[in-house]
Each structure stands twice: as structure tokens, then as C-alpha cells.
Design a protein around this ligand. Structure first.
Ligand code: NAP
Length: 283
């Protein structure tokens, strides 16, 4: 252990990537994780350019490259079309990965709907277990529709996830939030949050700071502004985005969605360089 909660593992072909503990959950995730919206959904998405959902061979190659580069962490959701099913079919050793999935958002016939009841939550977790071919799930998040406090105060999803954890079917749970108030409640009362942070949106900084105080997991979404951070899309650049995100203590991992192997390699190189620089400065 280089320092508490951080370790580095040597991966195939000599690549390394830092693993960080997800709060006190006992789960170690690579500082960069792979987002998988584009493996299963091409409608109602906010990317700067259109794209084609990759075929099975391309997904297998992408997953092999991901693992070779030192990434052990994948983010998926029932809301990402058939992303969960494809991961279950195309990952050879599901237990070699830390997989995070969600409950609450349903994406059918090109449209999202939401169900945060206890019954739907249990059904969704059982379905994810089947789709992902796992006996238990690493992390499950409530996929917020934006009304975080309403879900927290009135719906059955979070208490049901607590029950599922006690039953041993999930290891950690929390919420992918959209509001600062919701994020703070979540880090005070669950294992982890998926929060937004990028060069154009810092509304979750108080959530990340509170999680850090409480040793709770923080996974960042939309760090590259869904692709708009790229200079060719008019943004400030991928490198500046990574520097900004990893400069914040308390970030366990950042999920970046990509189906482009060159982008994946670039993201790993830049992340490793940024993390090295931060350690050299004593952070
Ligand atoms: P993101 O990670 O900020 O951006 C992904 C986009 O950036 C993709 O279109 C990708 O295009 C592009 N990209 C990646 N690396 C790049 C590079 N080096 N240079 C140029 N472009 C690059 O946004 P996101 O997909 O919205 O979110 C990431 C992940 O977070 C998702 O896959 C999903 O797993 C999760 N997410 C969760 C929620 C939630 O509510 N829980 C919401 C949104 C997203 P290429 O494919 O061409 O590389």
C-alpha cells in the first residue's frame, strides 16, 4: 500500500493503474473506470457526435484492452439499452471486474421511465444478477431522475437496497444524484455517491468534500462533459479535465464512456500522468 486506501497493481503488459478504496466498502476500483452507455444505447444521448453501437467483436476487444491497461471498473445500468446483457455475454470472467449498475430508470422503445419502488428495485437487482452472470453485485445505485430528495424521502428504493445488502446480494449501494442536497444526504447515509464534476459544473464539490470527511465512495460521471470537453468539440481539453477532477481529494474513481480504443489509451496515459504529478506534489 503506497498510502492508506491506495494501491497499485501491475497488470498485463506492464501497465499499471492506481486502485483506490471505495470509501470503507472494502472494494478497490481503478481511478479510471469504463462507462458503457455506448455499448447499448444510441437514442436520447447528449454526445457531440453520432456513433454506431459496436459489434460483439469490437466490444470484446475494447474490454480486453481496458483490462490490459489496468482498469478493473465498469459502470453500466438497465437504462443503457442492452449494455448489461452484452457485458454479461461478452465478459469472460465476470468476477475479475468490479461492476457498478443501477436501479430505477427504465429505457424502452427509445424512452426513459422511472420506478423507485421497493418491488421494482428488487426485481431490477435480480435481473442484473442474471444479466451480468453474478451471484452478487458489487455496487448498485439509484439512478435518479433529478428529484433526489423526493426519492430519498418518499420512495422504497434505498431501504430495499439496504435490505439487499444485508441479504448479501449487493456489496455497496448509493445513488447517482443530480442535486447537491441529495448528494450530501446520500454520502451521509449510504456507502457511495455518483456525482457530477467537470470544468463546466462544480455543483457537487460540497458532496465530494463531505464524502471525503466521512470516508465514503465518490465516483465521478460526465467528467469530459459527455465529450464536449474535447478540444475538437470546442472544449478546454481532455487533459485539463482530468487534472481538474483528480485534484479534488475524495474522488475514488472517474467513469469515462468511450468506444474508441485510441481515446481509451489516451485517457489512461493522461490519468496516470496526472496522478503521478499529484503524488509528486504530495497530494
Ligand atoms: P463522459 O465520460 O464525460 O464523455 C463520454 C464521451 O467522451 C464519449 O462520447 C466519448 O466519445 C468521449 N471521449 C472519451 N474519451 C475521449 C477522448 N480522449 N477524447 C475525445 N473524446 C473522448 O460522459 P458520459 O458518457 O455522459 O458519462 C460517462 C459514463 O458515466 C457513462 O458511460 C455512464 O456509464 C455514466 N453516466 C452515468 C449517468 C448517471 O446518471 N448515472 C449519467 C451519465 C453518464 P468516444 O466514444 O468517441 O471516445
Amino acid at each position: 500500500l503506497a498510502k492508506a486506501g491506495i494501491c497499485r497493481i501491475a497488470m498485463a503488459r506492464g501497465a499499471t493503474m492506481e486502485l483506490r478504496s471505495l470509501g470503507a466498502s472494502g472494494i478497490y476500483v481503478s481511478v479510471l473506470g469504463l462507462g458503457t452507455v455506448k455499448l447499448g444505447r444510441d437514442q436520447e444521448v447528449k454526445y457531440p457526435r453520432g456513433f454506431k453501437i459496436p459489434d460483439d467483436a469490437a466490444v470484446r476487444d475494447l474490454l480486453a484492452l481496458t483490462r490490459d491497461l489496468g482498469i478493473n471498473f465498469i459502470d453500466t445500468a438497465p437504462a443503457y439499452g442492452n449494455s448489461e446483457e452484452r457485458l454479461g455475454q461478452l465478459i469472460d470472467n465476470p468476477n475479475d471486474w468490479v461492476i457498478m449498475t443501477k436501479v430505477g430508470e427504465i429505457f424502452e422503445n427509445g424512452k426513459s421511465s422511472f420506478d423507485f419502488t421497493a418491488a421494482h428495485t428488487r426485481m431490477s437487482v435480480e435481473r442484473s444478477l442474471t444479466r451480468l452472470k453474478r451471484d452478487s453485485l458489487d455496487m448498485v445505485l439509484v439512478h435518479s431522475d433529478g428529484n433526489d430528495m423526493h426519492i430519498i424521502e418518499n420512495e422504497g428504493a434505498l431501504p430495499e437496497l439496504q435490505k439487499l445488502k444485508e441479504e448479501g446480494l449487493i456489496r455497496a449501494y448509493g445513488m447517482s444524484t443530480k442535486t447537491t442536497e441529495g448528494g450530501i444526504w446520500i454520502v451521509e447515509n449510504t456507502d457511495m455517491v455518483m456525482a457530477t464534476l467537470n470544468l463546466g459544473d462544480d455543483h457537487d464539490l460540497p458532496v465530494i468534500a463531505r464524502a471525503h470527511e466521512l470516508n465514503k465512495g465518490v465516483v465521478i460521471k460526465k467528467g469530459l462533459q459527455s465529450g464536449h470537453a474535447d478540444k475538437s468539440a470546442g472544449g478546454a481539453g481532455v487533459e485539463r479535465s482530468f487534472e481538474y477532477i483528480f485534484s479534488h481529494a475524495g474522488v475514488s474513481s472517474m467513469i469515462v464512456g468511450t468506444i474508441n480504443p485510441d481515446h481509451l489509451r489516451e485517457n489512461v496515459v493522461v490519468t496516470n500522468r496526472v496522478i503521478e504529478d499529484l503524488h509528486a506534489k504530495g497530494q
